[in-house]
Design a protein. Structure first.
Length: 669
């Protein structure tokens, strides 16, 4: 099959059920079912089989004809229209086969009812249409349920927001908000749109967007996501994004796109359905020829065989096998903060050999933080409290990191007096009655101080690891040293270990010096790392890992990783909670938690397993059922009727639908 046929088929598959919904099929099914009962009661075949006589009145013989015709047009027209679309796209498939079966049964039955010698098929036609409507109702309901997470996401956004004005606040619609507006988010209410906190502190629950159950601390300058639920503090939020630009809208678009995109397994299923159409037509023709020339059966019996072959060969279950699993897996992924942009990426994730992490912003937070405190006789907390007291009012990033760490330990800080910054060296202030200095190696030189052997050894080791060393000096004596580095995320070690346990090679990539790379790698148990790599050379590292045939997943924050993410077999962008439109990645992690990568592998394997189970069931069913429908077992006294064929076909569809639902029980934690 050429590419153009695939492209046509893809758009055709997407449009095939356009306008169809479970409620329509439900309505059509129940009315057709109600009308099928009198058709069965007044069918001569059913009366003979069950040995009863239906009530007779003038014109009662026309009940099957009238009701059967109504069922054909009312219930069967949806299949006929879809078959027309399939043929127009030159991709005959499931709808074509259903339409062939009911059209042949209808045409023949009309002819018999108006004088042609033979047995009509009104009851078979009615049951076939009714059961196929039931199958479609189940299919559409399953797909709609699988997409329920998108509707739940849509419900997250409130309809109204409290706009801050010069005269207080007023209630406005969320749709009327503009970038730059200030909105008041009261405790317990939902944040109406993406923005940045301009006033207040609170904890915010972002679990429906990121999959992280832990509430996130928010303060001035913190980014917030529309749809997240505010905790106990009031926040004033400056609107930065509205409408389709918000994270929530981006997530919904990604999930919807993923559900409409193709995977390799889906392409296999489509191809199987395409060829099965010709197999079914060929089997129907051979059935007609075989029974006509090699038996003395009547035309009605031969037509019955042809109809049964066409009914039983409908690749309904085959067409449902992959889309249902995909719909469920992409929404399951979204609930866990895994946003699948391309289904092929999710499918490929089960086969990855190497996971290559970009260090900064992925395994680390991309910000300086205290990683160690070395003292010379004093207590670590005392040294930290001294340094934080001096740096309390400083705006320097290192000073802020020390103060944040001290506050996190809930240390009592003393207000410093006579603070002065020493350009390029550090800072000094009076804490209590003591003169305290905080600064780097140049400060030690300026003050002509000597380090003890313990401190000197620790400082040298830290510098070799690429850490920043800040000394704390009290009364002209070095009392300790605080080591700072790009803080490793607390989840990173577990993320690396879980991937290694799953048999994946884990490597790290960074533009930092070898000392920094070696330290982070050692802390996380990574044995393979690439240091001092320029952004434009990151893709070359991926190629190097791929050289031996390994499948590589690249995990980066998307800032300067686009070429590497594109080069990798699976590109995963991390930490995209408020910026989900990363075009270079196949999968986006809504949160900054690298453990999501292991979740992707688990989900990929489970999804593929379900797809294969469904494909095996659907194709295996057809392989066995077509010969039975053709009548190969007639010598054993078994003849498969069209009605039983329809029941079996729908049963096959239900099995596939139920099997797909089991994927919902998958625990990615």
């Amino acid at each position: 099959m050429d590419h153009s046929m695939h492209d046509n088929h893809e758009s055709h598959e997407h449009d095939k059920h356009a306008g169809h919904n479970p409620d329509m099929f439900k309505k059509k099914f129940w009315l057709s079912f109600a009308l099928t009962i009198p058709v069965l009661i007044y069918s001569h075949t059913i009366q003979e089989l069950l040995n009863f006589t239906s009530p007779s009145f003038p014109g009662s013989q026309w009940i099957p004809v009238i009701l059967g015709t109504f069922i054909f047009f009312y219930g069967g027209l949806v299949f006929l229209k879809s078959a027309k679309a399939e043929l127009a796209a030159r991709q005959p498939g499931m709808m074509t086969l259903i339409s062939l079966a009911i059209s042949v049964a209808f045409g023949y039955s009309i002819a018999v009812s108006f004088g042609l010698d033979g047995m009509d098929f009104w009851w078979e036609l009615a049951t076939l249409v009714t059961i196929m409507l039931l199958g479609h109702w189940i299919e559409m309901s399953s797909v709609k349920n699988a997409q329920g997470a998108l509707q739940e996401l849509a419900k997250l956004l409130p309809d109204e927001a409290e706009l801050v004005t010069n005269n207080g606040t007023k209630i406005v619609t969320v749709a009327s908000l503009k970038v730059g507006d200030l909105v008041l988010v009261r405790p317990g209410s939902t944040i109406p749109t993406d923005g940045v906190v301009s006033k207040g502190e609170s904890k915010v629950n972002e679990s429906m967007l990121t999959g992280e159950s832990k509430a996130v601390e928010k303060a001035v300058k913190s980014l917030v996501i529309g749809g997240a639920i505010n905790g106990s503090g009031a926040l004033t939020v400056k609107v930065t994004k509205v409408g389709d630009d918000t994270a929530l809208a981006g997530i919904m678009k990604l999930v919807a796109d993923a559900q409409n995109s193709k995977s390799k397994t889906q392409i296999v299923a489509d191809r199987a359905a395409f060829y099965l159409t010709f197999v079914a037509l060929g089997a129907a023709i051979l059935t007609a020829i075989g029974w006509t020339f090699f038996s003395d059966q009547s035309a009605s019996f031969i037509l019955e065989r042809v109809v049964t072959v066409l009914v039983i060969a409908c690749p309904h279950a085959l067409g449902l096998a992959v889309p249902l699993v995909t719909a469920i897996s992409t929404t399951l992924a979204a609930k866990n903060g895994l946003l699948v942009r391309e289904r092929m990426a999710l499918e490929a994730a089960r086969n990855i050999d190497v996971v290559l992490f970009d260090k900064t912003g992925t395994l680390t937070k991309g910000e300086q933080g205290v990683v160690d405190i070395i003292t010379d006789g004093a207590k670590a907390n005392e040294v930290l409290a001294l340094a934080a007291s001096v740096e309390l009012e400083s705006e320097h990033p290192i000073a802020k990191a020390i103060v944040t760490f001290a506050k996190g330990k809930k240390l009592q800080l003393t207000a410093a007096k006579k603070f002065s910054a020493m350009s390029g060296r550090g800072a000094k202030a009076t804490v209590g009655a003591d003169a305290v200095y905080v600064g780097g190696p140049r400060l030690i030189e300026d003050l002509s101080l000597k380090l003890t052997t313990n401190l000197e050894h620790a400082a040298t080791s830290a510098s070799n690891d690429g850490k920043t060393v800040v000394y704390v000096i009290k009364s002209k004596k070095v009392v300790g040293a605080i080591m700072l580095a790009d803080v490793i995320r607390p989840e990173s070690k577990e993320a690396v270990q879980s991937l290694q346990k799953a048999g994946k090679r884990v490597a790290m990539l960074t533009g930092d010096a070898k000392g920094v790379a070696a330290w982070v790698s050692k802390e996380l148990g990574i044995t393979e790392f690439f240091a001092e790599v320029l952004p434009e050379n990151k893709a070359d590292v991926v190629k190097k890992l791929q050289a031996d045939g390994s499948k590589v997943a690249m995990v980066g924050d998307g800032v300067n990783d686009a070429p590497a993410l594109t080069q990798a077999d699976v590109g995963i962008a991390i930490g995209a909670g408020t910026d989900v439109a990363i075009e270079s990645a196949g999968i986006v992690l809504a949160s900054s938690d690298p453990r999501g990568v292991a979740k992707i592998v688990i989900l990929s394997k489970a999804t593929y397993r379900k797809m294969i189970q469904n494909l095996v069931w659907a194709t295996g069913y057809n392989a066995i059922a077509i010969p039975l429908a053709a009548g190969v077992t007639v010598g054993f006294g078994f003849v498969l009727s069209p009605a039983i064929g329809a029941v079996l076909m729908s049963f096959s569809t239900i099995v596939v639908a139920i099997n797909a639902q089991f994927l919902r029980k998958l625990d990615l934690k």
